[in-house]
Write a protein that binds this ligand. Structure first.
Ligand SMILES: [Zn+2]
Length: 337
């Protein structure tokens, strides 16, 4: 469902890319930079593309006392460098929480992408500040906005469908009725921005979370907005934000996310905090809209003119009630793409 965008072919040599990432981490806090360097120094990164190797990228923190392992498939474009920053962010998260037991050092899902996305944002800011090549800047901005869409909007709509589906099944709904409800959900999500062919009514069947870990996908949207909001606070507060942020990471999964955040002075029931996250996203979209797309011929603005996206950049106040944010110990791949 994602429109392809012409990419940049600028390549970053691996050693230079690692230096760029380490520099952006050290600029935030020297201790964070040192931890990331340890991952390289102890040869924990498998970066080359080889026949038979699995694709993608991930970080695996085995036990608290071991430096985490990072798998990349590094091919040198700006997106690969951002992925390196993302995975090293995961490594730093568990290294900062290594004083906890094997049961509590892994963060729970709503906080699992905190250090990774934050690391990616730090790197992106540095790249956008230094890089003059429009194609690279566009690549990196598209990655940020695509990822944010896949993580916030898509997952929220999956969650809404999931709630609806459970209600419908209580009333003996048929598979055809569920398909029709899913199609309505997609139509509301995408509006007139694309034509949905009929087979998309079956898409929900292919989302494993719906069967294996019901009511799970909200945490992706929660986590991504949380990091954007934290990043916004960092931009506003500067140095005084850093100890609070490091405290969140060093808690690992030892407490419920709401408690960890409360102890760091963050009230997740305050709509203003969430609006900060949407503001970061709005800034990314605005920057992207200003950029030219395509080659020399037919250059046009990247603006999609989709007022719906803009409308969604307004945080809604939370619903009444004091439901606790569930701690989810298991992690799996994000549903949907
Ligand atoms: Zn991640």
């Amino acid at each position: 469902m994602y429109a392809p965008v012409a990419g940049s072919d600028k390549k970053y040599e691996y050693g230079k890319a690692a230096d760029m990432v380490l520099d952006s981490f050290s600029a935030f806090d020297p201790k964070v930079g040192e931890l990331a360097r340890r991952v390289f120094d102890e040869s924990r990164v498998d970066s080359e593309v080889r026949k038979g190797k699995r694709d993608g990228a991930f970080c695996w923190s085995v036990v608290p006392e071991m430096t985490p392992y990072v798998l990349l498939n590094y091919q040198g474009n700006a997106r690969d460098v951002a992925t390196m920053a993302h995975e090293l962010g995961h490594a730093i998260h568990s290294m900062l929480a290594s004083h906890h037991s094997a049961f509590t050092f892994h963060s729970s899902l709503p906080l699992a992408e905190t250090a990774s996305t934050f690391g990616e944002m730090m790197f992106t800011d540095k790249l956008l500040a230094e890089e003059t090549d429009d194609a690279v800047r566009r690549d990196i901005l598209f990655k940020q906005v695509d990822d944010a869409y896949a993580t916030i909007m898509r997952q929220s709509y999956f969650a809404m469908f999931e709630k609806q589906a459970h209600e419908m099944i209580q009333k003996n709904a048929s598979v055809d009725e569920l398909c029709a409800a899913y199609m309505e959900n997609l139509k509301e999500q995408f509006g007139d921005s694309l034509e949905l062919s009929d087979e998309f009514k079956w898409e929900w069947v292919s989302i494993p979370h719906i069967y294996h870990t019901p009511f799970y996908v909200y945490a992706y949207a929660f986590g991504q907005l949380l990091v954007f909001s934290l990043y916004q606070q960092y931009k506003i507060e500067g140095d005084s934000f850093k100890p609070r942020y490091l405290k969140i990471l060093s808690a690992g999964g030892s407490e419920a996310p709401a408690k960890i955040l409360e102890e760091a002075g963050i009230n997740i029931r305050d709509p203003k905090f969430w609006q900060g996250g949407f503001d970061v996203l709005e800034k990314l979209v605005s920057e992207l809209e200003k950029m030219p797309v395509g080659g020399k011929k037919g250059r046009r603005s990247a603006a999609c003119g989709n007022s719906k996206v803009r409308r969604l950049l307004k945080a809604k106040p939370p619903k009444e009630g004091k439901e606790e944010i569930r701690s989810i110990k298991s992690r799996s791949e994000k549903s949907g793409f």
